[in-house]
Design a protein around this ligand. Structure first.
Ligand SMILES: O=P(O)(O)OC[C@H]1O[C@H](OP(=O)(O)OP(=O)(O)O)[C@H](O)[C@@H]1O
Ligand SMILES: Nc1ncnc2[nH]cnc12
Length: 180
């Protein structure tokens, strides 16, 4: 293994992903699902084994996890909704939810158009993300689901890293490496 890559494995798919510095002295394996059909399909197949059958909707957010939720939707036949990370001009009365991502050191906002939120009202929703690190993003996603009137029945992530103790079902643990 090179000093600057880290091996990740999902099912029969292994990738040597770059180690990137997100904060001074902190490096993480960079999970990039977009553009990797084989890895996305392996993760989708494995996560679907944990999908509660009572799930009505998958709920994900921009950007990277969209491809995962799309693959899971195609394989399972369950529809999915995407929470946006930017306000779009056509949104009507959106749910606006602040998210603090400690890992990347930035705060962001999630937006869900009321036309999408209406689909989730009274539905059983499984959250789908690529990585849970600080947990800030998936917690904000859960708040969006609850504010839309949904019941969250599962929190599914391909990868987990860090010390958060959130009740998330994940496929693989990845490290946060201190280099300083
Ligand atoms: O648990 P947290 O500390 O909140 O970190 C996890 C989040 O970080 C990544 O998103 P990123 O900000 O890299 O955006 P992207 O999906 O647009 O690449 C990932 O897709 C999760 O959304
Ligand atoms: N390991 C990781 N790869 C991509 N985005 C992330 N956000 C938080 N941790 C991440």
């Amino acid at each position: 293994m090179s000093m600057d890559t880290y091996p990740i494995t999902v099912g029969r798919v292994t990738r040597h992903v770059p180690l990137v510095e997100t904060l001074p002295g902190v490096r993480i394996p960079l999970i990039e699902l977009m553009g990797d059909v084989e890895l996305v399909n392996a993760a989708a197949e494995a996560l679907l084994k944990h999908l509660p059958p009572e799930t009505d909707y998958l709920l994900t957010m921009e950007t990277s996890p969209i491809v995962l939720a799309h693959a899971m939707s195609e394989m399972s036949g369950k529809p999915y909704v995407v929470v946006r990370r930017r306000r779009r001009p056509y949104m009507q009365d959106p749910i606006i939810q602040e998210v603090q991502s400690l890992t990347l050191g930035v705060s962001e906002t999630l937006w869900l158009d009321s036309r999408m939120a209406e689909k989730l009202l009274g539905q059983n929703v499984s959250l789908v993300v690529d990585v849970v690190s600080s947990g800030g993003t998936i917690m904000a996603l859960e708040k969006v689901a609850i504010r839309a009137g949904a019941k969250v029945v599962a929190r599914l992530a391909a990868f987990h890293q860090g010390t958060n103790k959130l009740p998330v079902t994940f496929l693989s643990e990845i490290p946060i490496l201190q280099t300083a």
